[in-house]
Design a protein around this ligand. Structure first.
Ligand SMILES: [Zn+2]
Length: 116
């Protein structure tokens, strides 16, 4: 059963008191408040660092809204992914699910052109 529309929607939390964005947290890292409201992310961000072994192709991504999350990069080999690469969300996960959101490079063609 495919639910492509809802799967592409990534929701994050924003602190009701100081406005700090967060993802899967029970309290705000800035002010400690436990009250959040839910916002929808545009689903675009930048790779900031690798997580774990290269073959897993999991990276921390800084989303444009200002929160970080661990993502799996699909559709490319791990060696192509670099810190600073723009990525776009292709599959989200339920906030209670342990699975990772999946992203793809936003401009894979532009990266390949450098090598030809
Ligand atoms: Zn706060």
């Amino acid at each position: 059963m495919l639910q492509t529309d809802t799967r592409r929607e990534l929701f994050f939390q924003r602190c009701l008191w100081c406005g700090t964005p967060a993802y899967r947290r029970s309290f705000c890292r800035v002010c400690g408040a436990m009250a959040f409201h839910r916002e929808r992310s545009a689903g675009t961000g930048v790779v900031v660092r690798r997580n774990g072994h290269a073959q897993h192709n999991t990276w921390f991504v800084a989303m444009d809204e200002g929160f970080n999350l661990l993502c799996q990069v699909a559709g490319t080999s791990p060696v192509v992914v670099a810190v600073g690469a723009r990525v776009t969300l292709v599959r989200s996960v339920d906030p209670l699910d342990q699975g990772l959101p999946v992203v793809e490079l936003a401009h894979p063609g532009a990266l390949l052109e450098r090598w030809t």
